[in-house]
Write a protein that binds this ligand. Structure first.
Ligand SMILES: [Zn+2]
Length: 367
């Protein structure tokens, strides 16, 4: 059974064959895949929609119906900068305007496979909009819980997909608590942070980068990190590809980028557990990576360390100039996504070619 490969990372219990729990029903632990992803170029299926070309890596039964809006296959654009050639992976060109679509496609497919008719999510950002779109494709009723103060284009986008918005007064954790109270039974909590199903989706961006570089592994990848799911998925993708092509090239150095005002992964990576003492959850323009306690923090830290990479932080006053610098190259991204520019400026001189920078979210949604 494909689901036997998903286990609780705390007690080892397998993901149950029925239902859709977001955490281990025995100990409250986090689920993850028990074995590395397996990429096999001979099983590539070009006629499948979007990222489903790589469906053999997803861990889903072979007859699972794809839930797709044509996600993936985003451009990799080569730019001359810093007297080098830098590659930008335009994930903001996904169907709902962010990389999250690669994960939502798989979460929605799992929900459908498990016969779930209703799902809840607690994001007013890219994850909420992306999930609303894919859930609607899968015929699943969706309620998105958001802070009452949230407004703007993302809220409109979520409603346009037919999802019900449930405003909750209080903090972000009050919103998360409200969602957890209604989850259970026939109502699935489709959390991008808790569930592991989205990670093989993010890995497909790694397969594409390899192909777009002319069957070459990048040597360094710069990516924003909040929960760190995208970073983790990419690393798993590159690792599985490395095994599949039996290359002696290592996986790329992963550079995780955080806003300095909320940078727990960076703090832990430089100071160990004592680093937690100086982690704050301040307001930042990069709200998409404002996560004080990343659920898979341990796995993300390990992935970065094993790749020979590191974490970088970006000061608040560097974020909007970074967005403008990217704009002048033809890339229109949101502030969270733009933190990679400052990280690139800080670290380019210590990174080997080819360097790939991930642009995660569209600027059209910001305002
Ligand atoms: Zn457990």
């Amino acid at each position: 059974m494909p689901t036997s490969a998903i286990v609780c990372t705390n007690c080892g219990r397998g993901y149950p064959p029925k239902g859709f729990p977001y955490q281990c029903t025995k100990c409250g632990g986090l689920f993850d895949f028990s074995a590395p992803l397996k990429f096999d170029a001979s099983r590539f299926e070009p006629s499948e929609p979007g990222i489903w070309r790589y469906r053999h890596t997803f861990g889903l039964p072979p007859d699972t119906e794809p839930v797709s809006l044509g996600e993936g296959n985003t451009p990799l654009v080569r730019v001359k900068a810093f007297e080098r050639e830098i590659y930008f992976k335009c994930e903001y060109q996904n169907p709902t305007g962010s990389f999250k679509d690669r994960g939502s496609s798989l979460i929605a497919a799992w929900l459908k496979l498990r016969g779930m008719a209703e799902a809840v999510e607690d994001s007013s950002g890219n994850a909420g909009a992306s999930f609303a779109a894919y859930a609607t494709r899968a015929g699943i009723e969706t309620r998105i819980f958001i802070p009452a103060s949230a407004s703007g284009p993302k809220r409109k986008q979520i409603e346009a997909y037919g999802a019900e918005l449930v405003p909750v007064s209080g903090s972000r954790s009050d919103v998360a608590e409200s969602v957890r109270r209604v989850a259970g039974g026939r109502v699935a909590y489709a959390s991008h942070a808790w569930l592991p199903f989205n990670l093989p989706g993010y890995a497909t961006a790694a397969y594409e980068i390899f192909e777009q570089l002319g069957e070459r592994m990048p040597r360094a990848v710069i990516v924003p990190a909040g929960q760190g799911g995208l970073l983790l998925g990419l690393t798993r993708g590159f690792s599985s590809m490395r095994v599949a092509i039996t290359t002696t090239t290592n996986v790329p150095k992963m550079v995780g980028v955080q806003a300095r005002l909320c940078a727990p992964l960076w703090a832990l990576s430089i100071a160990g557990r004592e680093g937690l003492g100086f982690v704050a959850e301040n307001e930042t323009l990069a709200e998409g990576v404002r996560v004080r306690n990343p659920l898979r923090g341990g796995a993300v830290l390990e992935a970065v360390a094993r790749s020979g990479g590191f974490f970088a932080t970006v000061d608040e006053e560097e974020i909007l100039p970074g967005r403008d610098a990217l704009g002048r190259l033809g890339f229109y991204v949101e502030p969270t996504s733009a933190i990679v520019w400052s990280a690139l400026c800080q670290t380019i001189h210590e990174l080997p070619d080819p360097v790939v920078v991930i642009l995660t979210g569209s600027g059209l949604k910001y305002g």
